[in-house]
Design a protein around this ligand. Structure first.
Ligand code: SF4
Length: 299
């Protein structure tokens, strides 16, 4: 009885300590919000309404809460990337162009900036061998991993296809790679390797299993999904970055998407947990940006 009570006290203090640590880390990580808006490739799957509010300079109305540990998750993503790249090298797969800055251009002439995770040259003797791929490493929770994992017909998430395809059609603009300046990423030449398209390395952050009871099987920790890049599709993807600019110029904002729209994850995204401008979007609070106030409420 005494032990139980003292355990409870320790638990409570442990929880309190965790809150303290998370609060300090979160305050540091979120103090500048999401900064000034600019088109970036990693934002390709953002909600268009959120992008437009950001374009108007609207700050977060619902900053990430301490308990979500946003910075920890972000750092976890970087760790995953480093470890997967190290594992690829260990397997004698060539890795290069890490974090290279690339820039795409929209139909309106906007520059869209991105940083690629890297390029991998896969030796002939391996599966997918004899080609080089534009690689992106994603740490995946159970749901995402189960969706992308398929031994026969695996396909990356659509938002990952869009992001990497835009990288492939972007041009190198990075002082660390002067010899590649102005070269389209998919046109980079690696002797003995032809361009194979995009490759997403999904690393499961959980223990993922498939099936039940005696049929239950463990899924591998790592899964690769390759795909072809279609330049025509990229032109369409890039329109997503012109849209906020057009709204900004016309002093308009897109409506809240339908619940079954993928951009709001079938409605799941429209919560303070997942949307940092939830209250402004939904009209629960007035925008701080005078321009946006006028656009949304006419005053
Ligand atoms: S609440 Fe939903 S519709 Fe509104 S900005 Fe956020 S994600 Fe978009």
């Amino acid at each position: 009885m005494h032990n139980t009570r003292s355990n409870e006290i320790n638990m409570s203090e442990g929880t309190e300590l965790a809150h303290t640590v998370l609060a300090i880390m979160n305050a540091k990580a979120t103090k500048n919000g999401d900064g000034v808006y600019y088109p970036r490739t990693s934002g390709i799957s953002r909600c268009p309404r959120d992008m437009v509010m950001h374009r108007f300079g609207e700050p977060w109305s619902n900053p990430p809460e301490d308990l979500h540990g946003q910075q920890l998750r972000f750092d976890q993503g970087h760790d995953t990337e480093d470890r997967v790249l190290a594992a690829l090298r260990e397997a004698n797969i060539g890795v290069g162009c890490e974090q290279m800055t690339v820039v795409a251009e929209t139909a309106m002439g906007l520059k869209v900036t991105g940083h690629i995770d890297g390029i991998v040259c896969i030796p002939e003797e391996y599966a997918l061998g004899g080609k080089w791929y534009l690689l992106d490493v994603k740490s995946a929770g159970t749901n995402v991993y189960k969706k992308v994992y398929d031994e026969e017909f695996s396909k990356p998430k659509q938002e990952h296809i869009m992001q990497i395809s835009i990288y492939a059609e972007s041009f190198v603009n990075d002082k660390k790679f002067p010899h590649l300046k102005g070269v389209k990423v998919s046109d980079i030449e690696f002797e003995g390797y032809e361009f194979g398209g995009g490759l997403v390395a999904y690393m499961s952050i959980d223990r993922v299993t498939k099936g039940r009871g005696a049929n239950k099987v463990e899924l591998p920790k790592l899964h690769f999904c390759e795909f072809d890049v279609d330049p025509m599709d990229v032109e369409v993807y890039l329109d997503a970055f012109d849209e906020p600019e057009i709204h900004y110029e016309n002093k308009t904002i897109p409506p809240i998407p339908y619940k079954n729209d993928a951009v709001v994850w079938n409605g799941a995204r429209c919560t303070p947990r997942w949307c940092a401008r939830f209250d402004v979007c939904q009209g629960n609070v007035d925008p701080e940006s005078k321009e946006l106030m006028e656009v949304m409420h006419g005053v």
